[in-house]
Ligand binder design. Sequence first.
Ligand SMILES: [Zn+2]
Length: 336
Amino acid sequence: MKERINAKSIIVLAIALLTVVYFWLSGDLESRVLGGDLFPEPTENIGQGPSAQPTEKPSSSDKVTEKPSPSEQPTEKPSPNPTTRPRTLEVHFIDVGNGDSIFIRTPSKDILIDGGERNSKAFDYLISLGIDELDLVIGTHPHSDHIGGLVKVLENIRVKQLMDPGVVHTSKTYEDYLTLIYEKDILYTNVKAGVKLSLDNETSLEILHPTHIEGKDLNNVSVVTRLVYNKISFLFTADAEIVSEQEILAQGYNVASTILKAGHHGSSTSTGDDFLKAVNPKVVVISCGQDNSYGHPHQETLDKLEALDIDVYRTDELGSIIIETDGKNYIVKTER
Ligand SMILES: [Zn+2]
């Protein structure tokens, strides 16, 4: 009897041990233990100075990229099930026509950067994914093609925290946006370069711009963020122009990123040669409207990207663009 119990105990112990090893190997145990943490206090001045941030260039050897051709790209959307969070990270470049709206779903946080124009489909898109709460919203700068769509989002979706550069604008859209922040009692922070948010164990969001807002036009107060999920990184540049890109480089930030959202809808006033070289992206996403009056994206930008053999995805051609990653590899899905 005693021997039987011992044998049974050994089997139970072995199963438990195998389970632990399995979760450890899959990384799941770590996320179960450490997941769901709140935003820590922002760490100031991280990444200042070239020596503090050695440039890590994405090596091609550890990134096997599965990139279906446009014809075979599925139009599927991530399953809107708020109870089971995927271990993957998804970045949705929502097709909002003229403007930017980027929804980020990390293994533990839901974040929205900009909302397109007021009548954009950003809100409906979030609803279609079953999103009823956002951990963080970033209004990159007060132009209506970025914060306009945030008005409906703030009205209807619970937002825990909102960050923007703290630049006041006289438009009705900005007024409505600011009023809602106060009415809904949303934690509101004016961010500057140097803040780094640890979203969860494997994901961080670093603010690279602006260092200051005084004397700048609205495009060049844009909040620029770098999202890192293990070996895959994203750089969201809003409407920052070359002058801002130079400022970011001068601060010595590590900008190397797998995926770059081209600045200012692919305008030739953004994505300068130095910046593009430092970012060294595999993929560039351009968020712009069909037949827009600005001529975005500019041919100069497209030629530059083509010369460097960078994969370009445009919302005006492909609709919403979803990049899904497990932190090592990534796949690009498009709406059409
Ligand atoms: Zn814009």
